[in-house]
Design a protein around this ligand. Sequence first.
Ligand code: SF4
Length: 242
Amino acid sequence: MSDISRYLRQQKERFGETLYLEEQILREAELAAAGLAEEGGTVTEAWNTARTLAQLDELICNCTKCALGETRNRFVFGVGNPNADVVLVGEAPGAEEDKTGEPFVGRAGKLLDKILEAVDFKREDVFICNILKCRPPNNRDPLPAEVEQCEPYLHKQLALLQPKVMLALGRIAAQTLLRSKDSLTRLRAETHTYQGIPLIVTYHPAALLRNPNWKRPTWEDVQKFRALYDERMAAAAKGAQA
Ligand code: SF4
């Protein structure tokens, strides 16, 4: 039992009914101390009740559900427009991101900005995040257990944002999101669905820095992505008029 609920119970025992202390208040205090909350009669982890991205960030930024919580320098929630219709997802923070707390910074981040600008998106229009919110040591691939612990946070981010389209950046992000072992070439060839949202796959900007030959196919992917976005926005506008 937490200190606060112990205190409240002691006060209730001492003062009985004269103390304004409902059972419900005690229950809420106990649940809060355990990192839980109750909504519509269902007990859930507190972060699940967040109503905004900022609230969610606050509720999960000290997460230590997996071992990466012990080795990270900065928790990397994601950045961008809280009303974004477009979400970009990478696999996990790298060294720069772990230092700054922001995804896709440094040279790869600058290249990503250029890729976005090429199809008339600005960084501030979209939301950018990773599947894992903490950096795996030495940039190793995310482990299945880490993905299992962290991916529900991404689901919650998407539930709050309700984007029209998603872009997965890089093979690992795409394979992890889609639970697939297919090659990047194969994954790029189709439009997928993740959490009910259409998703296109392209190269990670860091890979483009290593191999500029991949810029051309990336350009084709983002053109396709832009066309899908325009199509989805037009359909949403039509639906709103009907
Ligand atoms: S990677 Fe995700 S689950 Fe693991 S500690 Fe960080 S926020 Fe928590």
